[in-house]
Design a protein around this ligand. Sequence first.
Ligand SMILES: [Zn+2]
Length: 144
Amino acid sequence: MSQGYLNPPIDSENEGFWEGTRRGELSVEQCGGCNALRFPPKPMCPHCRSTERRWVPVAGEGTIWSFVLPHPPLLPEFTELAPYNVIVVALSEDPTLRMIGNLVNEPGDAINAFEPSRIEIDARVRVVFEAVSDEIQLPRWVLA
Ligand SMILES: [Zn+2]
């Protein structure tokens, strides 16, 4: 368990995502009408307007599309960790599918331990999971 992060809330829109992470899978929503992938989850497909949807696993690989190094003022839970990195990952299945996370040296490592000068746009990354509560296996990213 980890450092008192603010854990994301689980609700009916995202529970399939968190169920996947507990199996060690990164998932995105897939439209039941046109099979388009989407993330974050939405109640209706922006392409065909179908409300049918399911969670499907993806490879958990991608590239760094962008990143920031947050500095205070931050929420109290994150102030002591600053500066740390927050990266935006473009998924390999579709680079327009992007997930926000942290780049770490290895699974379970602190989010402020990765040397910021080593973060490069377009670097290949793969997902790892960190248990931050009984319900939340939080996706993090390591260099591939
Ligand atoms: Zn659709």
